[in-house]
Write a protein that binds this ligand. Structure first.
Ligand code: ADP
Ligand code: MG
Length: 761
């Protein structure tokens, strides 16, 4: 069975129980194996077997329960790799769903204003004793009925989907609560208007509650309208990225320049970029030199120098010189498109802590109906006179106050703002689970080379006959990818030494290389590599100690079974590493360095950046073991590495942080990609996760607390104690306020800066 996963925009959702309703409806469609709906992102992710069902059927099932699934245009492909074959998907710039949302917003705005004006008149007319100067006709039941009708049925039209749901599917959501609640108030008033004798003959006053129903409908809609506006703001971070794309590129063909729309640029095209212009697509510099502002992608504001052969990223800003670049990634393959897609996916993912809220809200609405029914019965049979009035008002109050929307929004909205904020800082978070995991870390381990150091080592000393040692070592290392090998080759070339072509080259991971040069067998690497191959290294340890004490990696060079010399290589520590380590420690994390290098080098580098705990001479494959060992001690371990041979350790860690080079989204290797190859970004990422989850928890607490406290008050439990009741109108206002306050609280994260508050919540 070939199943596909697609993400579609969903419209018309208002609360956590909407999420459940749609998930259930989609789940029932034959061929669907998984459906996951995100309220804040307004997306549904559906896994289905295309042989058994079609997107149209999915749309129909959703329509049936009162929502709209836009299947004409999946908003995001579900694996980054699937992108190129679906040009329409994830194609930045065009957002059909956004356009529809906008139209809906306009419609909502009209309804809200109509509701406000009519409700104001209805309230004035409902209290003639306070407003004696108004014409008496306004207080007439029939006039009030006429004014209320459009509010109840046009302004409030979106709520009736909830009734359809109740009747057709025996399910209920927030719409059901509002529809039933306001209809109860409206129906009661209608009866009191057309047949007051029913009430007066029973000794009751024929009271009117048109104001209650009209004001509640208006308030709830107003709350939704404001909330939708705020939610849009939460999504802004990612939309902003899309808006920054270049529209026109200057293509160079046969020495002539022509302006072409960005969509027409193909891989291999030569493009000219002048100072002040943005780089149109990802590519490699073929002419010129300049410095670029890459802050959009890396979060780092210092300009980066670029020359022939360097990679440049689309949408970053060319500052000083004119460049010609050869396009190598266009359309959906560019780094920017990948970032946008990844952030969208992260935003649509569900945080583990949201599961509780989802589970609660799933059973919430039926329970609320139970409580409402109980409220009615208790007040009607045991309450004071007029029993029917009290029973009615309190029941309406319970139904109105109980909306679980704030609960459904609590964590997704925080995740959206948090991941968007992360993208702006050059911290790409894979999903909400990674965000939550990062908060819980108690230790971080990192690789030395390329993580703490720049990973651009330079040969500083050669021991033995310089030219010969460099020639042998350089020839053996020619085909090695290791940064140390590159340093040796560069040093040999600088000395204008002609290198030989090695025969039987083999890299020994974490130890060095083996090769045959001019018929003699050559080894370049650690002392252990020598001993393992029967080469005597007596005396060398002392000779190398002095270099190693300065933090220089020292490598032996052997030919024909004998050590002929050594090379000392220094790798500069990144300026920012020390500050980052200090910050991580201040955040209460245990910091451990892992390296394949010698003990003495490790000690020196660790000392330079303020790390007290390190493991040296760890083979790449043993890094996994060290992570496991730390985990066995009960630590939650984050691992930061450059991903080259750290992938297994990154995967083993509770959260793996891949140090990006800024040019590719190394998401496969880790849970978080730090686009800025700078350890401060690691501290930022952990800090951000703490702030985001703290924010989500505040939201959850607020949302739950509000319902837990106000439902009993609305039911009237305090009435026997102090006569307190919750007016249904106040209930409507409180409900509108609760989800709005959750969204506003999440928006506070936008102004958050790393390092401002340290404690773990
Ligand atoms: P790290 O943990 O610092 O990234 P590696 O695990 O890649 O380092 O390598 C560990 C040690 O093995 C290096 O410090 C070096 O002594 C030796 N080594 C690895 N690869 C090579 C190579 N190509 N040439 C010489 N020495 C090497
Ligand atoms: Mg390494």
């Amino acid at each position: 069975m070939a199943s596909t996963t697609r993400t579609y925009p969903v419209r018309g959702m208002h609360c956590a129980s909407c999420v459940r309703t749609i998930e259930t409806a989609l789940g029932k469609v034959p061929g669907v194996t998984k459906a996951s709906v995100n309220l804040a992102a307004e997306k549904a992710q559906v896994t289905f077997d295309a042989a058994h069902t079609s997107p149209a059927q999915l749309a129909k099932a959703t329509e049936d329960v009162g929502y709209h699934l836009d299947v004409t245009e999946p908003s995001a492909p579900d694996t980054p790799h699937a992108a190129p074959s679906h040009p329409a998907m994830g194609e930045p710039g065009h957002d059909h769903a956004a356009m529809l949302r906008e139209m809906e917003g306009k419609d909502m705005q009209r309804k809200v204003w109509t509701g406000i004006v009519l409700s104001a008149v209805i309230v004035l007319g409902s209290y003639p004793q306070f407003f004696p100067f108004l014409p008496a006709a306004l207080a007439d039941g029939y006039v009030l009925l006429l004014l209320t009708l459009p509010v109840q049925f046009w302004v409030g039209s979106s709520f009736y989907a909830g009734l359809k749901l109740l009747v057709k599917h025996r399910q209920a959501d927030m719409n059901t609560l509002v529809a039933v609640g306001t209809l109860a108030a409206f129906g009661y008033s209608l009866a009191a208007t057309v047949a007051p004798q029913w009430f007066t003959s029973g000794g009751l006053k024929a009271e009117l509650y048109y104001d209650t129903s009209a004001v509640i409908v208006t308030l709830v809609l107003l709350g939704r309208y404001l909330e939708a506006k705020a939610r849009k703001k939460a999504n802004e971070a990612i939309r902003k990225l899309l808006g920054l794309q270049v529209k026109i590129a200057h293509r160079v063909v046969d020495g002539r320049e022509e302006d072409v729309p960005i969509d027409a640029v193909r891989v291999g095209d030569l493009l000219r970029v002048r100072p002040g212009e943005k780089i149109p697509v990802d590519g490699i510099v073929t002419e010129g030199a300049s410095s670029l502002d890459e802050s959009l992608v890396t979060g780092e504001s210092l300009p980066v120098d670029k020359a022939v052969g360097d990679r440049v990223i689309g949408t970053t800003v060319n500052q000083t010189g004119t460049l010609v670049l050869k396009a190598d990634k266009v359309g959906a393959d560019t780094v920017l498109s990948q970032i946008v897609r990844m952030v969208e996916q992260a935003q649509a993912s569900k945080a583990p802590i949201q599961r509780l809220a989802d589970a609660v809200s799933a059973i919430f609405v039926p329970i609320v109906f139970g409580i409402a029914a109980l409220t009615f019965l208790v007040w009607f049979f045991f309450g004071p006179q007029p029993a029917l009035t009290f029973a009615l008002l309190n029941t309406v109050g319970v139904l109105i106050i109980a909306c679980p929307c704030a609960m459904g929004l609590a964590t997704p909205i925080a995740v959206i703002v948090g991941t968007g904020k992360g993208a702006q800082m050059g911290v790409l978070i894979k999903d909400a689970a990674a965000l939550e995991g990062a908060r819980k870390l108690t230790a971080v381990a990192f690789d030395k080379t390329g993580t703490i150091t720049t990973g651009k080592p330079v040969v500083t000393d050669v021991i033995g006959q310089r030219a010969e040692v460099l020639r042998i070592a350089g020839s053996a290392e020619r085909h090695s990818e290791h940064p140390l090998a590159r340093a040796i080759v560069v040093a040999a070339e600088a000395d204008k030494i002609a290198l030989a072509e090695p025969a039987d080259f083999a890299a020994v991971t974490g130890a060095g290389v083996r090769a045959t040069i001019d018929g003699a067998s050559v080894l370049v690497g650690t002392r252990k590599l020598m001993r393992d191959n029967g080469v005597r290294d007596a005396g060398w340890d002392e000779k190398l100690a002095a270099f190693e004490a300065q933090g220089k990696t020292s490598i032996l060079v052997a030919r024909g079974g004998e050590v002929i010399g050594a090379v000392a290589i220094a790798d500069t520590v990144k300026e920012t590493s020390r500050e980052a380590v200090a910050r991580l420690k201040a955040m209460g994390l245990r910091v451990i360095m892992l390296t394949g290098d010698h003990e003495r080098v490790a000690a020196h580098i660790a000392g330079q950046v303020g790390i007290t705990e390190f493991r040296a001479q760890v083979l790449p494959e043993d890094k996994v073991g060290v992570i496991k060992e730390l985990q066995a001690q009960g630590l939650r371990v984050g691992m930061a590495g450059d991903g080259i041979n750290d992938a297994p350790a990154l995967a083993q860690a509770d959260v793996g942080f891949a140090m990006g080079t800024g040019t590719d989204v190394a998401m496969d290797a880790g849970d978080v990609t730090l686009m800025r190859g700078d350890l401060r970004a690691l501290a930022d990422a952990i800090d951000l996760s703490r702030a985001t989850i703290r924010n989500a928890k505040q939201n959850l607490l607020w949302a739950f607390g509000y319902n837990v406290v106000l439902i009993p008050i609305a039911a009237g439990v305090l009435y026997p104690v102090n006569g307190m009741l919750l007016n249904p109108i106040l209930a409507g206002a409180a409900m509108a306020f609760s989800s709005l306050s959750v969204v506003l609280n999440a928006l506070r994260l936008k102004r958050w800066h790393p390092g401002r508050r340290q404690p773990r919540s």
